[in-house]
Design a protein around this ligand. Structure first.
Ligand SMILES: [Zn+2]
Ligand SMILES: [Zn+2]
Length: 197
């Protein structure tokens, strides 16, 4: 009877780290290549450990597809990913769960050949431009950047979140407090009415 070598725990940890999200550049042709992507809790945990300032976590894996296409000296990436994240409301500081849609068009130059000025103007209108050198395209870094761009700047638990009282810190979605500041409140209410019209 054969016995399997017991796996070393540290090796297990190493092998668990990230899904393989690198694409050999030679596989990207003008016909295009669809690369299915699923970013799970492990992938996010790995990222958030490296960038601890980020204030969100994963509820449902971010899944979708990245389409890669060769265009002369560039690679065109069209990505579409959907998932659900845990956010902290920027007004009331309550945690909440919300959808994240991450769609992007990205043009990556594979050489630093000078681009005619006219062409450059066209590119910069619709597409972000990046440079790349090497044999493998690492989607990890690219996807991190695109997810950051897709995140709401000021996440709100709901459109009309009433936030916290400036004086006593009460969560005004759940309770009302007695420290009324008439001047502030009335002008704020007027602003809100303007916005809602
Ligand atoms: Zn809120
Ligand atoms: Zn108060």
């Amino acid at each position: 009877m054969l016995h399997d070598e017991p796996a070393l725990p540290c090796l297990n940890n190493l092998m668990k780290k990230q899904p393989v999200l690198t694409v050999p550049v030679e596989r990207i042709t003008w016909e295009g290549l669809d690369f299915p992507v699923s970013l799970d809790a492990d992938w996010f945990a790995h990222w958030l450990k490296e960038q601890p300032g980020l204030d969100f976590s994963l509820e449902k894996p971010l899944t979708g597809n990245v389409h890669l296409e060769r265009h002369d000296d560039s690679i065109l990436l069209r990505g579409q990913l959907q998932g659900e994240l845990h956010f902290t409301c920027s007004r009331c500081l309550d945690p909440f769960t919300g959808p994240l849609d991450c769609t992007f068009d990205l043009l990556i130059k594979t050489s630093r050949a000078p681009v005619p000025a006219q062409e450059m103007e066209l590119d910069s209108e619709e597409l972000e431009e990046e440079y790349f050198q090497g044999d493998e395209l690492d989607l990890n870094v690219l996807l991190r950047e695109q997810i950051l761009l897709a995140l709401p700047l000021k996440p709100l638990c709901r459109e009309d979140c009433r936030g916290l009282c400036r004086h006593c810190g009460a969560n005004l979605n759940r309770e009302s407090c007695s420290c009324v500041a008439p001047g502030f409140n009335s002008s704020f209410a007027a602003l809100q009415n303007l916005k809602n019209d």
